[in-house]
Design a protein around this ligand. Structure first.
Ligand code: B12
Length: 282
């Protein structure tokens, strides 16, 4: 269909008449797919050269907000491309031990995730390498979180994402930050049906339900789900929403706390404690 409509790609045919695409075609098609994944229309970009497509990918990336750690990013990307999982595990583990679990989640992983996302956007790393990155970071965070003996902390926080959201690193990063503040976190992993979030919150006597929405999650679907969940959850249960997508929410729903920045979760936790301490003493 693109051949007919845009004259690209324009494959040659083999003896059996099968289309044969050059490596340049593949690189350009992958770059076009990555830009379509972030919402661009093929008609607008199909005639662009690979350099123009990559420039668009760079221009599309949100500007860095925090001090990058380029050295570690370059090292991690090199290990991913070398498929050296053992070295990656060691590097992430050492960095976590050197800087501590909370700083690792707050200061190191945000820029590192961003760099991995951009390397994928530019076609520098494959999807399977992105998966390896995710698994290794998850393993490091879990090891850090479970280094703390499980304590009956408070508040009790339920962590999950809604169906359609596969990104689970945000949940683990929040758990890492809150575990260091003495909260008791229960994670259901990703993609829990909305009504099951409500039932889990009741079953686990949860104080705070914390949901994660990455940049690509449909805005309207998120705001509708948050409004419905707010109505369904008991008034005493606080509802947090975080992740890059929440930066785009303009109309806040009463009773839904928007936390696009991970660091804001510490402040939100402290205000929850002071609020409930006050109401407990009433
Ligand atoms: C690892 C990863 C994946 C892995 C996830 C594996 C897993 N099990 O988690 C896989 C390979 C599955 C994946 C798939 C896809 N991904 Co992806 N992914 C990433 C990556 C590289 C890193 C980590 C991540 O999960 N980030 C998401 C969260 C953790 O980060 P965040 O939204 O910025 O949230 C920050 C804060 O808000 C806070 N936070 C997050 N949640 C919460 C919750 C609370 C309560 C609080 C207080 C704070 C908080 O912590 C974060 C760090 O500071 C990001 C790059 C990046 N910049 O983050 C791309 C990225 C999110 N993915 C992207 C895309 C496009 C996709 C795919 C559509 C690609 C495809 N076609 O297959 C699919 C979609 C899958 C789906 N339906 O969810 C894009 C989204 C861009 C956009 N505007 O749409 C990104 C930004 C990459 C890029 N640069 O373009 N991805």
């Amino acid at each position: 269909m693109w051949e007919r409509r845009y004259g690209f790609p324009n494959p040659v045919r083999d003896d059996a008449g099968e289309r044969q695409y050059t490596l340049d075609d593949m690189t350009r098609l992958r770059a076009i797919k990555r830009l379509m994944d972030v919402g661009m229309r093929p008609g607008k970009i199909i005639a662009l050269s690979i350099d123009e497509l990559n420039a668009l990918a760079d221009a599309h990336a949100p500007a860095r907000r925090d001090a990058a750690v380029p050295a570690l990013e370059r090292e991690v990307i090199a290990m991913l491309k070398a498929h050296d999982a053992a070295a990656l595990q060691q590097t992430l583990g050492q960095w976590l031990m050197r800087h501590g679990l909370q700083q690792f989640a707050l200061d190191t992983l945000g820029p590192l995730n961003h760099a991995i996302g951009m390397a994928w956007m530019r076609g520098e790393i494959e999807i399977f390498e992105e998966h390896l990155y995710t698994e290794q970071v998850q393993a490091a965070l879990r090891a850090g979180i479970h280094a703390f003996p499980r304590q009956a902390g408070s508040p009790c926080v339920l962590l999950t994402t809604l169906p359609g959201e596969q990104h689970g690193l945000g949940l683990l990063m929040v758990e890492a930050v809150l575990a260091c503040e003495g909260a008791q976190c229960t994670s259901l992993g990703t993609q829990t049906p909305q009504d099951d979030v409500r039932r889990a919150a009741l079953a686990h006597r949860i104080d705070i339900v914390a949901l994660s929405f990455s940049a690509g999650f449909p805005l309207r679907q998120a705001t509708d789900s948050l409004a419905t969940l707010r109505r369904q959850l008991p008034q005493g249960v606080t509802l947090w929403a975080g992740g890059e997508m929440t930066r785009r929410i303009r109309t806040t729903t009463p009773g839904v706390v928007l936390l696009p920045d991970l660091a804001a979760s510490v402040g939100a936790l402290r205000s929850w404690r002071s609020h409930f301490a006050a109401s407990a003493s009433d």
